[in-house]
Write a protein that binds this ligand. Structure first.
Ligand SMILES: Nc1ncnc2c1ncn2[C@@H]1O[C@H](COP(=O)(O)OS(=O)(=O)O)[C@@H](OP(=O)(O)O)[C@H]1O
Length: 373
């Protein structure tokens, strides 16, 4: 046997052992990514946490830069076609619908790991009010590592209920058991039947309700319509056709601001302690204080504080830092904090007078004076 022969054989052995080691390496990696793997505690959580963080970072940037609400706004006319679609296909009448749906899913795939990093029904919902800072509230909340939320509004309980709870669950991002899934759809607050439907999903779900001076809310709503190309004036929208000096209580944007009336519908199904009121004005002037209350309400560790906000003087609103050391804070997109149109002072005064007693009634009901004009 000459020297060349020996080297050749030696090379073949190295190649052979190399292949075997590679196969073992692949096998090892596979077991590490299996959450059932009891030999490697900690590996899966770290991995899924990292993935989750990346996904939520992506979603954060996407929702802030693309402006989900703006996109949804444009699609509204299309989705309204499905509104009131009628038949209620699935409503699991229990507190732990999540558990039931999980079990269903687990059976299907027969894998326990689906119960770890998976889509869950929301444990908290921002139910409204439209134009009161619901997007800001959701984005502030998403800064918290234990909060996950879908970017767009899902409108399950008011427009897509016929699709069933399993469909709703699938709209949620994946989360770990210790994380809280939050959804926001502002029209839930004013839609009859929604409180009962939410209670059917979970009687322990936590509800967040952002409210704002109803006159400012109406103007904000009107500013949105103008930016969508509608041309009627605010006066035409809120005053009676027959008497221009009187507010039309049937006007859509006037009705949304009758907070006490809508709130009562929720009290039929949920105790006050399960509905946290958030001041839309404070979301702008003191976001850290609002977030302290919100985190407490959701039993979350207080992570989001003043270090996560930066007041942008040009925009006139707080912008958000994904982490306190971030150099460039991100502001909500242009559909939030739009300049308001000039409103005829007479219309403004008439609206104020109209809402005054309704606001007083709301303050009494909730036990908080919001000092609206
Ligand atoms: N941080 C921050 N950045 C921008 N805007 C902020 C913020 N915090 C609260 N707001 C107020 O949110 C108002 C829009 O409310 P919503 O997000 O509930 O609107 S929507 O119903 O989802 O369309 C929006 O109303 P307008 O100013 O009338 O546009 C803002 O006043």
């Amino acid at each position: 046997m000459d020297v060349r022969n020996i080297i050749w054989r030696f090379r073949r052995k190295i190649f052979f052992f190399g292949c075997i080691s590679f196969v073992f390496f692949l096998f090892y990696m596979e077991t590490c990514t299996d959450s059932n793997s009891s030999q490697k505690p900690g590996l899966m959580p770290l991995k899924t946490m990292a993935i989750n963080r990346r996904i939520s970072n992506l979603r954060f940037n996407k929702s802030i830069e693309l402006g989900w609400d703006e996109l949804m706004d444009r699609q509204k006319s299309r989705s309204r076609l499905t509104e009131g679609g009628g038949v209620v296909s699935s409503s699991l009448d229990s507190e732990d619908s999540n558990e039931k749906l999980n079990r269903k899913g687990s059976k299907k795939r027969n894998r326990k790991r689906t119960t770890d990093f998976m889509r869950r029904l929301p444990q908290a919902i921002i139910i409204g009010v439209k134009k009161c800072g619901t997007r800001a509230l959701l984005e502030y909340l998403r800064l918290h590592p234990k909060v996950v939320a879908p970017g767009p509004e899902i409108h399950f309980f008011d427009r897509s209920y016929n699709k069933g709870l399993e469909w709703y669950r699938k709209q949620m991002p994946k989360s770990l058991p210790e994380q809280v899934t939050v959804e926001k759809s502002p029209s839930y607050f004013i839609t009859p039947g929604v409180p009962q439907r939410i209670k059917n999903m979970s009687s322990s779900v936590k509800l967040l309700l952002a409210v704002r001076d109803p006159v400012q809310r109406a103007i904000s709503d009107h500013a949105q319509s103008l930016s969508n190309g509608k041309i009627r004036t605010l006066e035409e929208r809120v005053m009676k056709e027959t008497n221009k000096r009187e507010v039309d209580p049937e006007s859509y944007i006037v009705k949304i601001g009758m907070y006490a009336r809508h709130y009562r519908q929720w009290l039929v199904h949920f105790p006050k302690s399960q509905i946290l009121l958030v001041s839309g004005e404070e979301l702008v002037t003191d976001p850290a204080k609002v977030m302290a209350d919100v985190q407490k309400f959701l039993n979350l560790e207080e992570v989001i504080n003043e270090d996560y906000f930066f007041f942008n003087e040009t925009k006139g609103f707080p912008c958000l830092k994904r982490d306190p050391n971030e150099a460039v804070p991100k502001c909500l997109d242009g559909s939030k904090g739009r300049p308001h149109p000039n409103v005829d002072p007479v219309v403004l005064e008439t609206l104020r007078r109209y809402y005054k007693p309704l606001n007083e009634e709301f303050y009494k009901l909730v036990g908080t004076d919001f000092h609206w004009s």
